[in-house]
Design a protein around this ligand. Structure first.
Ligand code: HEC
Length: 453
């Protein structure tokens, strides 16, 4: 007998594994295996990946305002494959949101939340909220400008909740402002509280699934015709999608570096943070609700939405599961998706619309890239550390003549400078100088091309 078979046999005689194995793999799927059922497993797999990469990051991460930024920078630049692990964790979070979204959509479309699966749906909605909580708390941890100011905006929104708002913000922040206590609280939530809650929730979700069984197709007749076991075809489909999800996340981690912005500066109120894309539609909505309407949008609407989702199986009680027979539910779903994607589209367009940049500055910026200035200089977190940080160089050096002399011959104004002389025409030097002069506090975002409109 092979070693593995003998080991299995040994364990089986002690732990009585066979019934367990049968109940796990022989779970019948009404209507047979299908590619539409893979999103739950994909979410579970991606969550496992987050847990794994998160543990690796936690080995080096230090949750204090003095050290957090440096520790993330250390992970990103010094540790072998640190950038890859951090990239997996960043893109994995986005992938989970996509997977959950598709899973939710499938369950909604198939009417699978209906009796007798109401408890499974409700636990699922709670899991979705916990996942949002992971995104929100994780965003602060690198303690860069984006992290700091996005969290400032986010926690300010919590303050608009009636009655409990003040208390909630102080509890979240550990005081009136964002600081060391906020960071340790978010860290504790992110790595201890939320994981405990979500793992319990996932187990509950799966136990319920095993008790009631999968819903299968909405056509009851078809559901009754075939019954196929979970193993092997559904297991195979799930595995293929898991592998695909991993490849996509790994590819993104390799191809799209997730940069660290500047170190958080609580004094710099000019910074406009950009939230994660899955919060963007909401961010855009808030722009349309000024003044007295704001609290309605910042807590009223999300509250109603979550409540509606949660109570959906109670609100929609007809046993009919075919989409064609549920015009109200389908209409509401389509309307909601249209609204979310329209807001997301508007928001992305205004974020990435190239602000009309002075052509000379734009050319200077291109020269900066072409001559690899970033090998020695960094601008907003990107680039080397041999030369000075140029993010706000115009604050220190607003004089065009100085820059021109410096580019012509660095040692003429900076004795002993190791910065090379570049073969630049007079026009090039003027353009590069104009680009340098555009790098000042307050103007930083616009010249970056990523600023919020
Ligand atoms: C080999 C590394 C290196 C490269 C490449 C390099 N620099 Fe520098 N740069 C330095 C060093 C070192 C200093 C500090 C000494 C000095 O002022 O010359 C400096 C200083 C500067 C300063 C003055 C900053 C200040 O605050 O005093 C500017 C502006 C600047 N570089 C722009 C550029 C531009 C634009 C390029 C690309 C065309 C570039 N550098 C390429 C090393 C480099």
């Amino acid at each position: 007998m092979r070693i593995s078979a003998r080991l299995y046999d040994w364990l089986d005689r002690r732990l009585n594994l066979q019934p367990l194995e049968r109940s796990l793999l022989d779970e019948p799927i009404p209507g047979g295996a299908s590619w539409t059922y893979v999103f739950g497993s994909a979410t579970l797999f991606l969550f496992g990946l987050q847990a794994l990469t998160g543990m690796c990051l936690a080995v080096y991460y230090v949750p204090s305002p003095d050290a957090a930024y440096d520790s993330v920078e250390y992970i990103q630049h010094e540790i072998s494959f640190g950038w890859f692990i951090r990239g997996l964790h960043h893109w994995g979070a986005s992938a989970i949101m996509v997977a959950i979204g598709l899973h939710l959509l499938q369950v909604y479309l198939y009417g699978a939340y209906k009796r007798p699966r109401e408890p499974m749906w409700m636990v699922g909605v709670a899991l979705f909220l916990l996942m949002m909580g992971f995104g929100f708390t994780g965003y602060l941890l690198p303690w860069d400008q984006n992290a700091y100011w996005a969290t400032a905006v986010g926690t300010n929104m919590v303050a608009t909740v009636p009655l409990a708002g003040d208390f909630l913000v102080r509890a979240l922040r550990g005081g009136t402002t964002l600081g060391a206590l906020t960071l340790s609280r978010f860290f504790a939530l992110h790595v201890l509280v939320l994981p405990t809650l979500i793992v319990s929730g996932i187990l509950l979700h799966l136990v319920i699934l095993r008790r009631v069984g999968p819903a299968g197709p909405w056509d009851e007749h078809r559901a009754g015709q075939t019954r196929e076991a979970f193993y092997p075809r559904q297991v195979f489909m799930d595995a293929v999608v898991m592998l695909g999800a991993f490849l996509v996340v790994a590819l993104l981690a390799v191809a799209v570096e997730f940069p660290l912005a500047d170190r958080a500066d609580p004094a710099d109120h000019t910074f406009t943070p950009v939230p994660e894309w899955y919060f963007l539609f909401f961010y855009q909505l808030l722009k349309y609700t000024p003044g007295p309407l704001e609290p309605l949008a910042s807590w009223g609407l999300p509250f109603l939405l979550v409540l509606g989702l949660f109570l959906l199986p109670i609100l929609d009680r007809t046993p009919e599961r075919r989409p064609a027979a549920r015009p109200l539910a389908m209409g509401a779903g389509v309307l909601f998706l249209a609204l979310v994607f329209t807001l997301l589209g508007i928001s992305l367009r205004s974020l990435y619309a190239q602000p009309r940049m002075d052509p000379s500055v734009a050319h200077g910026k291109a020269l900066y890239a072409r001559h690899h200035c970033a090998a020695c200089h960094r601008i907003h977190g990107e680039g080397g550390k041999v030369g000075p940080d140029l993010s706000y160089v115009a604050d220190e050096r607003p004089d065009a003549q100085w820059h021109l002399r410096h580019f012509r011959d660095p040692t003429s104004v900076s004795p002993g400078s190791i910065m090379p002389k570049f073969p630049l025409s007079d026009q090039d030097m003027t353009d590069l100088t104009n680009y340098m002069l555009s790098l000042k506090s307050g103007g930083a975002i616009a010249s970056d091309g990523k600023g919020a409109a």
